[in-house]
Design a protein around this ligand. Structure first.
Ligand SMILES: C[S@@+](CC[C@H](N)C(=O)[O-])C[C@H]1O[C@@H](n2cnc3c(N)ncnc32)[C@H](O)[C@@H]1O
Length: 266
């Protein structure tokens, strides 16, 4: 693996698991554990220890996407990694597909989609508020080290958004996603998939109603619970606390006719 270079963003980790996301620049970095000079990270391998002015050890690593998402600047609610993973899988992303996403917020979903697409395919992200678009763009640039060429981040209202091509997938993380269904359905190819994340079940009901009246079928909603376990020599049991609820994921397919599920063929 490549050695650390100037301007990279690095995760500095203590042995007890405390983490800081810091850019490698000609500048000191201080915590309650003492100070290091970030220049010292240049040329190190991942995991090579650095000693602070107080004799504590810090270990530099390249952040995984999950680590980056929890350490990056966030001013909006983000989609949690457990839901991101499921949305990317059930969204059936494939090399070369064109994806439309709204709203962008802090950019957690955009990062997951860009990571899954790689250099193939295209992501169009639509965000109404300029300050969030700017923050997401900064987070994306930080994670990849550059602005991905296959990404367009547009400041616009998804309800009035238009495109010259049809998209294969739509991902929505909006407070009122049902208001966006009509506009995005006109931008999708038949057979395309729409995924939407909403924290409240009332939002899900309105979403189902709107999807049904706009040519969507196979509409399903599910939620995912992740329960971590405490495991050592003495015990193996669930943790006392968990992130009990994040959101409901709704998945639907754009179709030319309203398909019904479970009925007998004549
Ligand atoms: C919960 S945040 C999205 C978080 C993001 N998916 C992430 O994982 O970081 C919801 C975003 O939707 C944006 N939004 C709300 N209504 C919108 C609309 N009509 N068109 C575009 N963006 C909208 C908000 O400004 C906000 O940034």
């Amino acid at each position: 693996m490549a050695l650390f270079e100037r301007d990279e963003w690095v995760l500095l980790v203590t042995q007890k698991g405390k983490k800081w996301l810091v850019q490698i620049q000609d500048a000191p970095f201080s915590t309650h554990l003492g100070t290091i000079h970030m220049n010292e990270v240049v040329g190190l391998e991942e995991g090579e220890a650095l000693e602070t002015s107080k004799g504590a050890k810090l270990y530099p690593f390249r952040p995984t996407l999950e680590e980056f998402i929890f350490a990056m600047d966030r001013r909006t609610q983000i989609i949690y990694p457990k839901d991101l993973g499921a949305m990317i899988f059930y969204g059936d992303l494939y090399a070369g597909c064109t994806v439309l996403e709204s709203g962008v917020g802090s950019g957690a979903l955009s990062l997951g989609l860009l990571r899954a697409l790689g250099r193939q395919g295209r992501l169009i992200s639509v965000e109404k508020r300029e300050e969030f678009a700017r923050m997401a763009s900064k987070n994306i640039h930080r994670f990849f080290g550059h602005a991905p060429e296959n990404h367009d981040l547009v400041v616009a209202d998804i309800q009035d958004f238009s495109l010259s091509c049809k998209v294969d997938r739509v991902f929505l993380d909006l407070p009122e996603p049902w208001h966006a269904v009509l506009s995005v359905s006109q931008l999708m190819r038949e057979g395309g998939l729409l995924l939407s994340l909403s924290p409240n079940v009332g939002q899900v009901q309105l979403m189902h109603k709107e999807l049904k009246s706009n040519g969507f079928a196979n509409i399903t909603t599910f939620e995912l619970l992740r329960r971590d376990w405490k495991v050592d020599e003495k015990r193996a049991r669930p943790m006392d606390r968990m992130v009990a609820h994040t959101g409901f994921i709704t998945l639907a397919k754009k179709t030319p006719v309203a398909f019904q599920s479970g009925g007998e063929e004549p």
